[in-house]
Design a protein around this ligand. Structure first.
Ligand code: FAD
Length: 255
């Protein structure tokens, strides 16, 4: 994974053609406009670039690591015709890593409207929804059944692909907006939340199940379903080294 310094980021940003009607913008499912944040890198306004990215995509830090950029914005990049596409995700990583090391971007918030929203699940859907609601003036509380926040970002995506410190920073950003996160809090009864005074409930429990192959021997000891294999919390296996070892094996096989 490419990691730019100030100099190499500037060199890459300088290759951007600053297209009038930049096609890369249309290629981003999160509505990020790469041209605009790349221009800010060129003018050494990294705080402005981080703010712009966060405004378009609350989880700009983690998506900079795991978004398949070459098939989204990168596939539309005009520089591709001349040489190779701009490495947009590496530039976004550069900006968001800078933000992590230099302080969180300030995001404008609407005044409190007195309404309370419960969010079930602290995966990317729950975190992003909570952040947007908090920005719009709602008082938001996330209920997460695990003892860590982040959902599959934390539980399944290996450290070498998405470092824990990046997820910690995303969670810190959401908390900074005033969102409270209750860990070890599995919700089994939504009606109780209404009874507890919440005006609405947002469900973002994810799809915490693996698709079975339906082949003989699948139930045998030592055969793991994909999510159980990654998730040391799911079955009470708190031994992180088991997970790290598995990730290293996967990496060696280029999986
Ligand atoms: C191995 C793996 C690799 C991946 N790699 C990528 C990638 O490179 N790029 C990419 O874009 N996507 C990737 N994904 C997909 C991505 O992680 C998911 O699309 C995303 O996490 C879904 O977000 P979510 O918030 O909907 O659900 P989740 O991330 O599953 O979060 C749901 C959360 O809800 C909690 N929860 C569930 N029920 C309750 C309850 N009753 N009470 C309280 N809490 C509850 C869960 O504990 C969990 O924390 C990958 C997924 C996996 C499994």
């Amino acid at each position: 994974m490419i990691k730019y310094t100030h100099d190499t980021a500037l060199t890459e940003a300088s290759r951007c053609l600053m297209c009038e009607d930049a096609p890369c913008h249309g290629g981003c499912p999160s509505s990020v406009n790469p041209k605009l944040f790349i221009r800010k890198i060129r003018f050494a306004d990294l705080a402005g670039a981080a703010k712009m990215l966060r405004n378009a995509n609350i989880l700009a830090g983690s998506t900079a690591y795991i978004c398949p950029c070459l098939s989204t914005c990168g596939s539309k990049c005009t520089a591709h015709e001349l040489d190779r596409p701009i490495n947009i995700s590496a530039l976004q990583r550069f900006v968001m890593d800078w933000e992590r090391e230099n302080g969180l971007a300030e995001i404008n918030k609407a005044p409190a409207n007195g309404r309370r929203i419960a969010v079930i699940g602290s995966g990317p859907a729950g975190l992003a929804c909570s952040a947007w609601l908090a920005q719009s003036g709602y008082q938001v509380e996330i209920f997460e059944r695990h003892d860590v926040a982040g959902g599959q970002l934390r539980l399944s995506i290996p450290e070498f692909r998405l470092p824990a410190k990046v997820i910690d920073h995303e969670v810190a950003f959401v908390k900074k907006l005033g969102v409270q996160i209750q860990l070890n809090s599995e919700i089994k009864d939504i009606k109780k939340l209404k009874h507890d005074g919440f005006d609405a409930v947002y469900l973002s429990p994810g799809l915490m199940g693996s698709r079975r192959l339906g082949i003989a021997g699948e139930e045998k000891k030592g055969v793991y379903q994909a999510l159980d294999f990654f998730d040391p919390f799911e079955k009470g296996r708190k031994n992180q080294s088991w997970q790290k070892g598995s990730c290293r094996r996967r990496r060696r096989h280029g999986d």
